[in-house]
Design a binder for this molecule. Structure first.
Ligand code: KG4
Ligand code: ZN
Length: 327
């Protein structure tokens, strides 16, 4: 019975995993940041502090277990905001010591990838994963557990960041991804031809900062007849075209039969259907349900259980690692 704790950014989350099944998964998305149009690290740490105890209690309640039933704790060690990671890790260490059970520091990005195994435990290696979150855009070859090869990543902004910054330019809410997706729904994605960096090139690298600047200039110069839904749809399409093209290229180059997507941007319905349409004929395509794409503790608890079953634990004095890499 493993408790997972996640506090790498602005989601305070706790979940219970037992034998690969999630018994409960509690996510409190901190609403306080909406007033600032983005996450304020210090405020996020204090919110975690306020919400953690209650989230863990709720996770135990929903799983219908007691603290004394726990066999181990997995907690996000990094990457993420130093202060928010520290809040979660200190809380987890306190619990681990008082209950005298092992603790394990978990890589948040690896947990995102493994949300796919949580969704379908029969997934087979090797596979290619497009990992698209607020802080990262990466293509991974997952050869087997703990054996990963980075095939490419963004040189500047992450795809989620492009959504968030784009939404701010368009005057939409934070987080920007869901806001742009909603606004794009009735828009014409061909209305405006935004730039697509490295599109249809061999390179598996990404770049989204030019796109964001191009949106900024467009909005400064646009005339009144331009419809915001068309802008949102065209902007979203520029991001997704590149993501899907690079994923398809990686799948072909590595000759794998399976591909998955992970991270907050993987919750985007247009991305999900584009990936299925473009790659899904002979290759099996999988993505987790939306709640397992955005930050959650179920993926942390699940990956912790996999590692703990293999005998991995962390020393009690392990540190948070805001820039933790997968390899
Ligand atoms: O994985 P995640 O929850 O947190 C990080 O690890 O960063 O990803 C958050 C990112 C944000 O940039 C958010 O705008 C984006 O995921 N996102 C989306 C959608 N839902 C969340 N982007 C596009 N479409 C969505 N539906
Ligand atoms: Zn994340």
């Amino acid at each position: 019975m493993i408790l997972g704790i996640e506090s790498s950014c602005d989601e305070t989350a706790a979940a219970i995993c037992n034998d690969g099944s999630i018994l409960s998964s509690i996510v409190s998305s901190q609403q306080i940041h909406k007033d600032f149009g983005g996450v304020v690290p210090e405020v996020a740490s204090r919110e975690h502090e306020r919400l953690l105890n209650h989230s863990v209690e709720k996770a135990l309640d929903e799983a219908e277990i007691a603290l004394s039933d726990l066999d181990g704790i997995g907690v996000t060690q990094g990457p993420g905001l130093a202060g928010t990671l520290l809040t979660g890790v200190c809380f987890a260490k306190g619990l681990s010591q008082s209950l005298n059970i092992p603790i394990l520091g978990i890589n948040h990005l690896e947990a995102h990838i493994y949300a796919n195994f949580l969704t379908d435990p029969t997934l087979t290696y090797p596979l290619v994963c497009l990992l698209v979150s607020g802080g990262h855009t990466q293509l991974w070859l997952v050869k087997e557990m703990a054996d990963y090869e980075l095939l490419g990543e963004s040189r500047d902004d992450a795809a989620g960041e492009a959504f968030d910054k784009g939404a701010r330019i368009l005057g939409l809410d934070y987080p920007g991804g869901p806001a742009i997706e909603k606004m794009a729904h009735n828009g014409d994605c061909k209305a405006i031809d935004f730039p697509r960096a490295f599109y249809k090139e061999e390179s598996l690298e990404f770049s989204f900062s030019g796109l964001k600047t191009s949106l900024l200039y467009f909005m400064e110069k646009k005339d009144k007849s331009v419809i915001l839904a068309d802008v949102a749809a065209s902007y979203q399409q520029a991001i997704l075209d590149v993501l899907v093209y690079k994923l398809a290229t990686a799948v072909k180059r590595k000759d794998v039969r399976t591909c998955v997507i992970a991270g907050g941007v993987a919750a985007n319905n247009e991305l999900r259907s584009m990936v299925k349409k473009t790659i899904g004929d002979e290759i099996s395509v999988l993505y987790p349900e939306a709640a397992l794409c955005t930050d959650n503790a179920a993926m942390v608890a699940y990956l912790s259980e996999l590692y703990m079953e293999k005998g991995f634990t962390s020393p009690i004095d392990f540190d948070v690692s805001p820039n933790l890499k997968v390899v």
